[in-house]
Design a protein around this ligand. Structure first.
Ligand code: NAP
Length: 251
């Protein structure tokens, strides 16, 4: 392998990661996109792709060293905290440069009624404390389990693939994949008589319509704040900035 073939490792699973992969591949930059393999039919980025966990920090370090990775771009979802920590530890111990690409978080506006919570168990507690109600749960299938002990509220659970663990006693599963329009979201909120929306602060445009629809309907939103970011490596908020950084490391 010559140094020109040494790849960028692009930790993905997001639209931004796919967009960055497309830009890098288009200019002949060697890049390997990595997906966790959670979704049954993932939207694949263009270019080389590997799928599945690395086997913790040690596995990721081995992969980075064996493949002579030139730089790591962590473009995972803002709530994918474990792989983000692993990437920071590997960057720190190997000296391989690291950047995080994170879409900006959503900000509360005057028309929003947010109940901000620091994590998923606190979100479940916030729902439980309201007692009976009709909850639209959009936090993804991995986080449904924390709501499973609530037998009082009714949940509309929106997921890409069906959850495998326990579910709240009173629920309906809605299998679908975004992006969602304002009309789609308003229809769900009114059609299912939703009175509380639960979401992670994922940020970005693709799933933002539910917040506008909730605000217009006067519906409260339990907003789960993002986990803290590691201090190693810098963070940028646009695909353009990440691409610029990568090019700087290739020169
Ligand atoms: P996580 O909790 O940070 O990671 C759990 C484990 O999954 C990691 O320790 C790692 O296994 C593996 N993993 C995660 N991302 C990987 C990647 N890009 N390539 C290879 N292995 C990866 O992550 P998560 O929240 O389960 O999310 C998994 C994937 O789904 C991420 O790629 C993320 O971008 C995407 N995603 C997550 C969310 C969300 O709400 N969390 C939403 C949309 C998309 P090893 O330790 O064995 O390496």
């Amino acid at each position: 392998m010559t140094s020109a073939d040494e790849p960028i490792l692009l930790l993905g699973g997001t639209g931004e990661a796919r967009e960055l992969a497309a830009r890098l591949v288009a200019t002949g930059t060697p890049v390997v996109s990595s997906l966790a393999g959670r979704v049954r039919q993932p939207r694949l980025p263009v270019g080389e792709v590997r799928i599945g966990g690395f086997g913790g920090v040690d596995g990721l370090r081995e992969w980075v060293v064996d493949n002579r990775v030139r730089a790591i771009v962590d473009a995972t979802h803002p709530f994918a905290a474990t792989i983000t920590r692993s990437a920071a530890e590997v960057a720190s111990s190997t000296g391989v440069p690291l950047i995080r690409l994170r879409r900006p978080a959503w900000e509360e506006s005057a028309s929003d009624r947010w109940i901000r919570v620091p994590d998923m168990p606190s979100a479940a507690e916030a729902v439980r404390s309201r007692g009976a109600g009709r909850v639209f749960l959009t936090t993804g299938r991995q986080d449904v389990g924390v709501f499973a002990d609530d037998s009082v509220a009714w949940y509309l659970i929106r997921v890409v693939d069906p959850p495998t663990g326990r579910l709240p006693a009173r629920h309906e599963l809605l299998q679908s994949r975004g992006p969602y329009s304002y009309a789609d979201e308003a229809q769900i909120l009114s059609g299912r008589q939703i009175d509380l929306l639960v979401t992670k602060n994922s940020g970005g445009d693709l799933t933002h319509a539910k917040l506008r629809a909730a605000a217009d309907a006067g519906i409260e939103v339990v907003m789960v704040d993002r986990p803290d970011e590691p201090t190693i490596g810098k963070t940028v908020h646009s695909v353009e900035a990440a691409e610029h950084w990568v090019r700087g490391h290739l020169d």
